[in-house]
Design a protein around this ligand. Structure first.
Ligand code: CO
Length: 281
C-alpha cells in the first residue's frame, strides 16, 4: 500500500515486513483530528509505528492514548501512583529478568485482549534493550493453502500461567504490592480476522498458547511449535532501537513483540498503556 498519501505526518518504514517511524508531529500538542486519523491509518498499514523525541508527561501520554483508543488496566502489575492505566516496565541493574521477555501478543489469555499497546521510553541502557516485532498477517499468508485451511478451523486455549512467561513478571509483581495469582484462560481462533483491515492473521504465541481446543498439550505441541518458529522468521520482523522519548504504538491483533534482554547491569524504564480490544473472531 505504498500509494497511501499522508499530509499531516511523514511516514518512513524501518523494515519491509512492518514498522514505520512517524515524524513531523508533537504528541504533546493538541492534535487536529486529521493528524490523529493519519496516525491511525499509518498504524493500521504498518502494524507498529514509532515516534522520536516526544516529551510527554504522564497526563500527556494518557491524553494521546485516549485519542487512539480506550486505556484499560493490566491485571498483574499495579499502575503508577494516580494513573491506574499506566504501568512502569522496568529492569534495574541488579535484575536479570526482563518483563515480558518472550515473543507474545499482549494478554491473549483475556476474553477481550487489548487492541493496542503503547510504550514510551524514560531511561534506556547505553546499548541493547531493543524490541522486536513480527507481522502475523505475513506469517499467515506465507503458509500453504492446505495449512491455512487446517488452521482456519482451529481454536486455541491461551493461559496466563504458562511457566516461561510467568517468570518474566516476577520482579515487577514483587514490588507492585497486590500480587494477583489468578490464572486467566481464554479460547481464541488460531487465525483471526482483523476487525478494521479485514485481513487474516495468525493468533498463537509461545508465551500464552497452551494447546488446541479438544486436543491434549502433547498432541498440540508439534504444530504449535512449527507455528511459533514460523511466525518469527526474520523476514516477518523488524527491530526498534529505543532512545529516551521514543514512543511505540503497536497493534496486538496482527503483531507480536519481544523485548531483547541483552543489557544486564543497566537500567531500562518505560511506561506502558494498553488500549481496549474486542473479542477475536
Ligand atoms: Co508485551
Amino acid at each position: 500500500m505504498t500509494d497511501v498519501v499522508y499530509r499531516a505526518i511523514t511516514v518512513t518504514p524501518i523494515a519491509d515486513a512492518l514498522g514505520a517511524e512517524i515524524s513531523g508531529v508533537d504528541l504533546a500538542s493538541d492534535l487536529p483530528e486529521e493528524t490523529v486519523a493519519e496516525i491511525r491509518r499509518a498504524w493500521l498499514e504498518h502494524l507498529v509505528v514509532f515516534f522520536r523525541d516526544q516529551a510527554l508527561g504522564l497526563d500527556e501520554f494518557l491524553g494521546f492514548a485516549r485519542r487512539i483508543g480506550n486505556p484499560v488496566e493490566y491485571p498483574f502489575v499495579k499502575g503508577v501512583d494516580g494513573y491506574p492505566e499506566i504501568i512502569a516496565v522496568a529492569k534495574l541493574p541488579d535484575e536479570t529478568v526482563n518483563f515480558g521477555g518472550i515473543w507474545h501478543s499482549d494478554t491473549v489469555y483475556l476474553e477481550r485482549p487489548p487492541m493496542a499497546s503503547m510504550l514510551i521510553a524514560r531511561e534506556v541502557p547505553p546499548v541493547g534493550g531493543d524490541t522486536m516485532f513480527a507481522n502475523m498477517y505475513a506469517a499467515y499468508e506465507a503458509l500453504s493453502p492446505g495449512m491455512q485451511r487446517l488452521l482456519d478451523g482451529l481454536v486455541a486455549v491461551n493461559s496466563s500461567a504458562m511457566a516461561d512467561v510467568s517468570k518474566t513478571r516476577e520482579d515487577r509483581r514483587r514490588d507492585s504490592g497486590d500480587v494477583d495469582d489468578r490464572e486467566f484462560v481464554a479460547e481464541h481462533p488460531v487465525v483471526r480476522t482483523h476487525p478494521e483491515t479485514g485481513r487474516k492473521a495468525l493468533y498463537v504465541n509461545v508465551a500464552h498458547t497452551q494447546r488446541f481446543v479438544d486436543m491434549t498439550e502433547d498432541e498440540s505441541r508439534p504444530l504449535l511449535q512449527f507455528l511459533f518458529d514460523h511466525s518469527i522468521r526474520p523476514e516477518f520482523t523488524c527491530r526498534f532501537q529505543w532512545r529516551v522519548g521514543s514512543l511505540a504504538l503497536w497493534d496486538n491483533r496482527c503483531a507480536m513483540h519481544n523485548p531483547i534482554n541483552d543489557y544486564h547491569g543497566h537500567t531500562r524504564i518505560l511506561h506502558r498503556i494498553t488500549l481496549e480490544g474486542d473479542v477475536p473472531r
